[in-house]
Design a protein around this ligand. Sequence first.
Ligand code: SF4
Length: 317
Amino acid sequence: MTTIIDQNRGQRPRHPEKSHRPDNVPPRKPDWIRVKAPSGRGFLRTREIVREHGLHTVCEEAGCPNIGECWDQAHATMMIMGDTCTRACGFCNVRTGLPGALDPHEPENVARAVQKLGLKHVVITSVDRDDLDDGGAQHFALTVRWLRELAPDTTVEILTPDFLRKPGAVETVMQAPPDVFNHNLETVPRLYLGIRPGARYYASLRLLDRVKDIDPDAFTKSGLMVGLGESREEVMQVMDDLRTARVDFLTIGQYLQPSRKHAAVHRFVPPEEFAGLEATARAKGFLMVSASPLTRSSYHAGEDFARLRAARRADGQ
Ligand code: SF4
């Protein structure tokens, strides 16, 4: 796991709200978590394009273990609305604090970078912006519009915050409809206070359900981390709740601890258990399920979107 050190903000810790917490020493990772070190021409070219357009990526900010593989194939997940998040989730490595003003050129810059990378499918995510009246909904919509303009052959997946207490935000986002609307529940409701303290489980479920009210043909997607202390029964219940909210696609991956101050890894879930979760989720009616230790919301998102569309066609929906 890559832990990003604050290099350009003096002594300010990356997560000031966590600095008083006791250390959670992460357990040694099992063999099935090993990943390729970032290197190679593809990786370097992706990094160059991201830097040239002044963009942030969740791949870097979250210290994603898949960055070597994804960037080598030019798959970068853009993180819009700055690099500073107004929430303080227990699992997340994105910098926290008071963000600056939105960059009005960012939607265009993202689209230009995507055009240059030649992506078939792009995932756009963001930090949480509770400080903005619309939570950044309009900025998401603008980014999708610029992508349609400059990269019309690229399919667009958005991975949004929960827009809690931002009435009308999801309607604004859906005015520039993405190909996939993704919002992660992250964990089971019992663990929300420690893992997603600023979020509300049912508000997140309602957000996903609302997308289907607005456009019943929209593809919706959500993700869970395991290894945080949840029980199998609790995961089953979340699957049922997501199906009730008509979610099409579920991703499940292993939680990895970004630093000693983050929520502790309770256990490493073995690959065969992921296979069991995937089989159960499929039996519950998800059109697509991706479950493995290194699965992340945006991991192999392009290939998975093609499968998702094919699954819907085969289902006659
Ligand atoms: S899995 Fe997603 S966040 Fe991680 S490196 Fe790949 S594209 Fe980036």
